[in-house]
Design a protein around this ligand. Structure first.
Ligand SMILES: [Zn+2]
Length: 483
């Protein structure tokens, strides 16, 4: 039985709030982490070798703004770089997907209202500009929100679908060769009407809608608030309108309408996936299964990643999925494994992990593949560890990781990876030592906090603070693991 999925996408989210040492910086000219052309070549060589056939990126809202496209140097620079990156990906045999929040505008993440005539014109104009600018992308992803969406002026899930249809029609002219992907993220769809909570007198700003003072015990977040009835209505409407989308349109739908693809929030999505698949091809877009957001560390979520792919394969004719990262120079084990599970959902996650470590650190250190599981102890989005650990057990494992990494001869690395193998080794060592400190007696957590900030997030000394305040919380969270 051939289980290979043909849509194997690696999604690098380099948005404003997710910048860090291991993520490319494409639009802050005075700041670090700008990848050279050679680094992009090595990155795509790595993706191809791992088994991906698509590179996916999100057009950050900072660029999706009327000020930017009037010749702002940041936009000019971004366009130059991104055009080169798209060419490089193509030369390496990868397709490119440009994902865009349907109505999220500017660095302040203004949620433009499609039911406001001027805002609607602005949305369509921006879509046209960016689709035309990157006319050679292979897929255009229409993303409902998070951030984005609207519940002002009677906006609802219907508004999103009708707007998506209009964007699809427009993209048919600017990008006739590109396939479209409509995403069902949310309960469905993220940030439209009841998915987003109500704030009286909301001005469309992210700052106001996400202000924690409006959160309630029933609605602890500003989004993900729809229930199963709402998801049903929205999906019925979408399925009814789906034949009007171009034939090549793909639908991204997870097994469940929750931030983790579970049957909570908007409920079980399996029947919808099957219904959609009868009309248009489906893929999954399971964001948090490989990696969370904000706190960066070497993830080890392989068993969940592989079981998710098997569940999808068993449930509906999925054509593939995507593997997300905000740390493409750090979480290369997750990237490797993610591609392997799309190529073969039945692959054994422990074998894959050992195989990777054997290729990277040498056969004698293949066991690092199972030891790295001890890094998956950080509470956060998508954290469902396979096992629990006592601190003494962790210390034993971290000790062995450190000894092995110190001894590894990186000239033996036989996988083409983007980070210099020795840099990669040093990064993992850095984390192993911090985790070791925090598992031990009386760690100096203030010191660790400032060390993490300096090591991982130094770029924020050069760039504006994100409107998403969670960025500022990352160092705090990192220094408070293993309490
Ligand atoms: Zn609206």
């Amino acid at each position: 039985m051939n289980n290979v999925m043909n849509h194997r996408s690696c999604y690098v989210n380099f948005a404003e709030h997710l910048q860090n040492k291991w993520n490319p910086n494409l639009y802050y000219p005075e700041a670090p982490n700008q990848w050279t052309e050679d680094e992009w070549i090595r990155f795509f060589t790595m993706l191809k070798a791992f088994g991906y056939n698509i590179f996916e990126f999100w057009l950050p809202p900072t660029l999706f703004s009327p000020e930017m496209i009037k010749g702002d140097p940041i936009a000019i620079r971004f366009i130059e770089k991104m055009s080169l990156i798209i060419d490089t990906a193509h030369n390496k045999g990868l397709k490119v997907k440009m994902l865009c929040g349907v109505n999220t505008i500017g660095a302040n993440w203004y949620h433009a209202c499609p039911n406001d005539l001027n805002d609607r014109k602005l949305i369509l104009m921006l879509w046209q500009f960016w689709c035309r600018t990157f006319s050679d992308v292979d897929f255009i992803g229409i993303f409902p929100g998070d951030p984005g969406g609207c519940n002002r002026n009677g906006c609802s899930y219907k508004t999103f679908i009708e707007l998506a249809l209009e964007i699809a029609e427009q993209a048919g002219n600017t990008n006739p060769a590109a396939g479209l992907e409509v995403n069902t993220w949310g309960t469905p769809f993220c940030c439209w009407d009841d998915d987003m909570h109500l704030v009286p007198g909301w001005d469309g700003s992210f700052a106001m809608i996400s202000d924690k003072k409006y959160n309630t015990p029933e609605e602890p977040l500003y989004i993900w608030n729809g229930n199963q009835d709402r998801a049903k209505k929205a999906m019925e409407y979408f399925i009814n309108r789906l034949p009007s989308f171009p034939k090549e349109t793909i639908v991204a739908i997870n097994l469940g309408f929750s931030p983790d693809g579970d049957a909570t929030h908007g409920g079980d999505a399996r029947q919808y996936a099957r219904e959609v698949a009868a009309i248009r091809p489906i893929v999954s877009w399971d964001y948090s299964v490989s990696e969370g957001e904000l706190v960066n560390y070497p993830h080890w979520r392989l068993p969940r990643m592989s079981s998710r792919r098997r569940e999808e394969f068993a449930c509906a004719p999925y054509q593939g999925g995507m593997v997300y990262t905000m740390t493409p120079k750090l979480n290369i084990l997750s990237l490797y494994a993610g591609a392997q599970f799309l190529l073969n959902p039945n692959a054994n996650p422990d074998d894959i992990s050992r195989q990777f470590c054997s290729c990277i650190f040498g056969d004698e250190h293949a066991v690092l593949g199972e030891l790295f599981e001890a890094f998956e102890v950080v509470q956060g989005w998508g954290h469902y560890p396979r096992r629990n650990w006592s601190k003494p057990a962790l210390i034993k494992v971290y000790t062995e990781i450190i000894e092995r990494l110190e001894a590894a001869n990186m000239t033996k690395c036989n996988l083409p990876i983007l980070p210099d193998p020795d840099e990669y080794r040093k990064d993992i060592l850095w984390f192993a030592r911090k985790f070791m400190d925090m598992a031990g007696q009386c760690p100096d957590r203030n010191l660790i906090k400032s060390q993490y900030r300096k090591y991982a997030l130094a770029i924020y000394d050069y760039i504006p603070k994100s409107v998403d305040e969670r960025t500022e919380e990352a160092s705090d969270k990192f220094s408070n693991i293993l309490l």
